[in-house]
Design a protein around this ligand. Structure first.
Ligand code: DX5
Ligand code: ZN
Length: 221
């Protein structure tokens, strides 16, 4: 089933509770939280204290996308803050297997993220451990970037691998998901559609979320 995962990166950070409520009314079912440290990516955003506040503002699962070096150091703090899903970058983890176990041991759903330049094949052996795989369809760091077309091949490859291995992890896509790309993204096999700019970039998040989700559902058939 296709789900809309609004990314608060493009929301008004002074009005996060209202923005999330609007996106939820528009059909968003998971809230995507982009955590950036200024080292792994060239931008800085938010951390556990904001997650703890968001936890009080919504009942929806909080999907924390960690774009940080040394994620192991911060996983307990995200658990304490009330994060539900935590995904870490393949490129940021020296011991990915251990990091995924650490996330699960804190009662959260582990996910792994691949940058555009990273091949799907490299995560084959750890796929049984993950709840979701996030395919980056832009280089991480900023909202509102242009969708990278070859991400569609990676989504298809991941769906093929999931079938081959008989697994059930969910396929998430992040970056440039908007009206001009959503149909192809869904048809390639993505089920969790992260969208920042397309939901929050132009006011009226409720309407923009609903329009995008409707388009996604039509594409899913
Ligand atoms: C980028 C973030 C994305 C971002 C996507 O590093 O991981 O979650 O919010 O933004 P849009 O949907 O605007 O491309
Ligand atoms: Zn993200």
């Amino acid at each position: 089933m296709v789900e809309l995962v609004p990314s608060i990166l493009s929301a008004d950070f002074a009005r996060l509770a209202e923005e999330i409520a609007a996106a939820e009314r528009g059909g968003g079912t998971v809230i995507h939280v982009d955590v950036m440290d200024g080292h792994f990516v060239p931008n800085i955003t938010i951390g556990p204290p904001v997650v703890a506040s968001l936890r009080k503002a919504t009942k929806l699962p909080l999907d924390c996308h960690l774009m940080i070096e040394n994620p192991d150091e911060f996983i307990p703090a995200f658990a304490d803050a009330g994060a539900n899903w935590v995904s870490v970058h393949y490129e940021a983890c020296r011991h990915l297997h251990r990091t995924l176990e650490l996330i699960a041991s804190h009662g959260m759903k582990p996910g792994v993220v691949l940058n555009p330049a990273t091949r799907v094949e490299v995560i084959r052996d750890i796929l049984p451990m993950v709840h979701h795989v996030l395919i980056m369809s832009v280089n991480p760091g900023f909202g509102g970037q242009k969708f990278i077309e070859f991400s569609l091949d990676k989504i298809r490859e991941l769906a093929r691998l999931r079938a081959e291995l008989g697994l059930r992890f969910r396929i998430e896509v992040d970056g440039g998901v908007a009206h001009d790309t959503v149909e192809r993204v869904v048809q390639a096999g993505a089920e969790l559609l992260v969208a920042g700019n397309a939901v929050f970039g132009a006011g009226d998040a409720e309407r923009h979320a609903r329009d995008l989700l409707d388009a996604a559902k039509r594409a899913a058939g």
